[in-house]
Design a protein around this ligand. Structure first.
Ligand SMILES: CC(C)(COP(=O)(O)OP(=O)(O)OC[C@H]1O[C@@H](n2cnc3c(N)ncnc32)[C@H](O)[C@@H]1OP(=O)(O)O)[C@@H](O)C(=O)NCCC(=O)NCCS
Length: 190
């Protein structure tokens, strides 16, 4: 069973296990980006939710993180500590793989930060004690997410027609298996 650290740093980001105290900052980041998040993320459909409810969700994320069930990270500005978005490693049907999920508040987009976060999580998940494969699943119309997968060196694997719960949905599946060091977004193949 993988066990991952609660904090990791990249050149510009800190990825840290969510804390309930992050709820107000998370609320603000979601609020500023809600229309765009709703386009692609099922959880955003039920937002905005009260800060207390968000705090309870973050407490649950932290418990699941510490129980090695699912690893949901706050994506923070390394310099200021501001909440920029979220990213995580999620178990899905395939037992040899973890799925990487990610989102950024609108103000954090366009700087390569999602790619930086995805590369950090891929490196972590494929490292010692991790898994054989990481996947990104995205809607074929989500061109910005597809671009992140490509920049982070994922290759297109297949098309899936159901959600994890079995409901119909057209989903592109991208995978990455290896992590040769050194690596950079610019060298990732598609
Ligand atoms: C998906 C999402 C995270 C992508 O955000 P993004 O900002 O486009 O992606 P990145 O952070 O990797 O930034 C890439 C952009 O920064 C530019 N960039 C600037 N500096 C860069 C650097 N050092 N490295 C890489 N890219 C850089 C790239 O050229 C690219 O610009 P372009 O879109 O004009 O071509 C964002 O659109 C989002 O949150 N969407 C809603 C949620 C969602 O869809 N999640 C995925 C579900 S599968």
């Amino acid at each position: 069973m993988p066990r991952f650290p609660e904090r990791l740093a990249t050149d510009r980001l800190q990825l840290r296990c969510w804390e309930p105290e992050d709820a107000p900052a998370l609320r603000a980041a979601i609020d500023a980006s809600l229309v765009r998040l709703r386009e692609w993320l099922p959880w955003a459909m039920t937002e905005p939710s009260p800060v207390e409810e968000l705090a309870a969700r973050l407490r649950d994320f932290r418990e699941r993180f510490r129980a090695d069930e699912e690893w949901t990270f706050a994506v923070l500005d390394l310099r200021t500590g501001a909440v920029l978005g979220g990213a995580g490693l999620h178990r899905r049907a395939a037992t040899d793989a973890l799925e990487i999920g990610y989102w950024l508040g609108v103000e954090a987009t366009g700087r390569g930060l999602a790619t930086e976060a995805v590369l950090a999580l891929a490196r972590l998940a494929l490292g010692p004690g991790g898994v054989a494969r990481v996947e990104i699943r995205c809607d074929p119309r989500n061109v910005r997410s597809i671009a992140v997968a490509r920049r982070a060196g994922f290759r297109y694997l297949s098309r899936d027609t159901t959600t994890p719960s079995g409901a119909p949905r057209d989903t592109m599946v991208w995978e990455r298996r290896y992590f040769a060091e050194p690596d950079s977004p610019a060298t990732g193949g598609g």
